[in-house]
Design a binder for this molecule. Structure first.
Ligand SMILES: Cc1ncc(COP(=O)(O)O)c(C=O)c1O
Length: 346
């Protein structure tokens, strides 16, 4: 069984990762039960492991990162309340407005720094007074790593500034930690330290950790009980999904430390791209596994389709090109991509 499609170099996203053979074997061997009855031992084990790794009381397995953020938002925010979010956050731009659609929650985007982190003064100014006819501020949302800012790793001190302001006003902070393990590895920090005192977080198994499906929401027991109800309401209650949870357990034990290889490959890409004058590299630096760029003399769509003809798939986002390194990409693939880019621009 192969874990990589032979001809293509697929840099569109780390979501394209194929489950490794050993992960597939763990999936096949999983003991399963009906998880809506809480009788799937493998899902129960995964939830306990996720809570332990993140230092939270409890966790719930959900089908996707989007559903993780949605059940979290629904658990914190009542109808007509407001969620403070970054102006370029995934929850605002890429989750089809789900929190507004299903929760009648108004998302209030605020400016961020270059790394995509909320500006603490803006958070302070944006929290609504409790008295009067303002909407209630239901939660503050942060993202780490930050996707659109270039896979940036947000530091513990930046997180603490926002936590302090939100908690002074009794507002919970939710973290979209779709790639929190990339953020932790990049800063050589254990995940539980990086997310300490954050009230809830989502992390994804289906990105750099190479699982086929699944995310975890972690938080207090009380919060997770609420989130579990919203998961069912949204149709996310799964049955013998321990097959998927087995992949998650295997990944948490085997795929986290290797993320550093993806970061090294992204760093290599970033460095080699600096030598190509026709390319404007948009990242200031590379913290994790993403590089954004723009070709200077050729239209982005044309650049993307020409690269595809050469067997290199890249993402086209917000008028720029995104390249994401992952388990299916090695150092030679970076050399081949650079060569393909050079030929494309000739
Ligand atoms: C930062 C971030 N949050 C959330 C998600 C949503 O995850 P999913 O695709 O599993 O819904 C993504 C997906 O790419 C993401 O990049």
């Amino acid at each position: 069984m192969t874990t990589k499609s032979a001809a293509l170099i697929d840099l569109r996203s780390d979501t394209v990762t194929q489950p490794p053979d050993e992960m597939r074997r763990a999936m096949a061997a999983a003991v399963v039960g009906d998880d809506v009855y809480r009788e799937d031992p493998t899902i129960n084990d995964l939830e306990i492991l996720a809570a332990k790794i993140t230092g939270k009381e409890s966790a719930v397995f959900v089908p996707s990162g989007s559903m993780g953020n949605l059940v979290s938002g629904l658990s914190w925010c009542s109808r007509g309340s407001e969620a403070i979010v970054g102006e370029n956050s995934h929850i605002l731009l890429n989750e089809v407005g789900a929190l507004a659609a299903f929760g009648a929650v108004q998302m209030r985007p605020i400016p961020t720094n270059d790394k995509g982190m909320l500006n603490p003064d803006e958070v302070r100014k944006t929290i609504r007074p409790k008295e009067g006819f303002f909407p209630t501020t239901g939660m503050v949302e942060i993202e780490n790593t930050h996707n659109r800012a270039g896979g940036t790793a947000i530091s513990r001190s930046e997180i603490e500034e926002v936590l302090e302001i939100a908690h002074q006003s009794d507002i919970p902070v939710h973290l979209d930690g779709a790639r929190i393990f990339n953020a932790a590895i990049a800063q050589s920090m254990p995940v539980d330290e990086l997310v300490a005192n954050i009230d809830s977080l989502t992390f994804c198994l289906s990105k750099g950790l190479s699982c086929p499906v699944g995310s975890l929401v972690c938080g207090s027991e009380e919060f997770i009980n609420k989130a579990r109800k919203f998961r069912k309401m949204l149709g996310g209650g799964m049955r013998q999904a321990g097959i998927l949870a087995a992949a998650g357990i295997w990944a948490l034990n085997n795929m986290v430390s290797r993320l550093i290889e993806d970061h090294d490959n992204a760093q290599k890409m970033f460095s080699l791209l600096q030598n190509i004058s026709e390319i404007e590299v948009l990242n200031k630096s590379v913290d994790t596994n993403m590089v954004y760029l723009r070709p200077r003399n050729i239209e982005t769509g044309l650049f993307v389709s020409r690269l595809k003809e050469k067997g290199v798939l890249v993402g086209s986002m917000y008028g720029s090109v995104r390249m994401v390194t992952h388990y299916g990409i090695n150092s030679e693939d970076i050399d081949a991509t650079i060569e393909a880019i050079e030929h494309t621009l000739k």
